[in-house]
Design a protein around this ligand. Sequence first.
Ligand code: ATP
Ligand code: MG
Length: 388
Amino acid sequence: MVGGAVRDLLIGEEPKDFDIATNATPEQVRSAFRRARIIGRRFQIVHVMIGSETLEVTTFRGALSHDTKKDAHGRVLHDNEFGSQAEDAARRDFTVNALYYDPASETIIDYHHGVADIKQKTLRMIGEPRARYREDPVRMLRAVRLAAKLGLTIDPAAAKPIREMAVLLENVPPARLFDEMLKLLTSGHAVKCITQLREAGLHHGLLPLLDVILEQPMGERFVMLALDSTDQRVRAGKPISPGFLFATLLWHEVLAQWERIRAGGERSIPALFTAMDEVLDSQAEKLAITRRIAGDIKDIWALQPRFEARAGKRPYALLEQQRFRAGYDFLLLRADSGEVPKELAAWWTDFIDADGEGRAAMLLPETADKKKRRRRRKPAGDTPPPTE
Ligand code: ATP
Ligand code: MG
């Protein structure tokens, strides 16, 4: 057993999953188990299914050599050589991640003083940190995430180069960056991670608009409230949705675009939809947001203006929406951050709780609502949509 699970058990955290490393080849591993399959083309690993559990079994990796394929910035592209356990250990990122536990002899094999580093609460890079970040810039994100999650301090030698090397992240495939960001934001320590990323100068080019968001007083409060509530959910063992998370991160960018498009004469709702598409188009590529997640994000955003209507049948129709709950949670964050009146969110909280009669008594008079609708309808005919 190797990596995160050994580390977590020594620290006293519950491991998420168990990784196995072996000198057996993938083919030998596969034939030793009844339910096992080889996955991956370049560096093959084996998924061994035992009961409902899937174990990832990796053959020891060999040392990098002169002919290891790298890109122009030094990022390792493929490594498919097998090697010894000692070579495998040297290929891992941090000393605390390079511990092997042998259940047969009940011993820990520790090539890089990982046990001592756990005791000293230090996250130390194996080898020369700059070289290791160049091989794989994602290690900078892993350093921040693991230190926050495990309560470790990043060794100064590994922390210092991050600011100047952060730019290498631009070179990492977006899908990998997205996976790592998602791990970071759903680690249960997102607030701490983001704070550390900013201190390390690492959020630049990572979530490009995060800079913009964090510089707006309202935006920062909103994002931090959202991340804090996500952290609490994760720590309480509750499920969280990536769609909701990214909807919160990008919301203030949508608000800014919405405002701009409306100022150009577009009607409110079409302007919102245009703003949503613009923000997602510019972010989706960079962040590799999948289509499904983008759909969830839009659902949450599109519900927001509908919370304004509190007369007639419309609040009831909103309650029936499939994504109502996520939309309502989002509204609560907007109210907590001061973007919309607290009273609006409180009204919905009460409306959800109320019985039939209670709800009817809560509805606002139609007139106020109708007036609004008339105002919205009128310009429809005489203001042509703005042309690009
Ligand atoms: P967690 O699962 O809690 O996120 P982890 O350390 O187990 O943390 P994994 O991504 O599951 O992270 O990786 C398992 C092991 O593989 C790590 O402990 C480390 O030894 C090695 N590893 C993972 N990513 C890298 C990397 N980018 N560079 C070097 N070694 C890595
Ligand atoms: Mg793991």
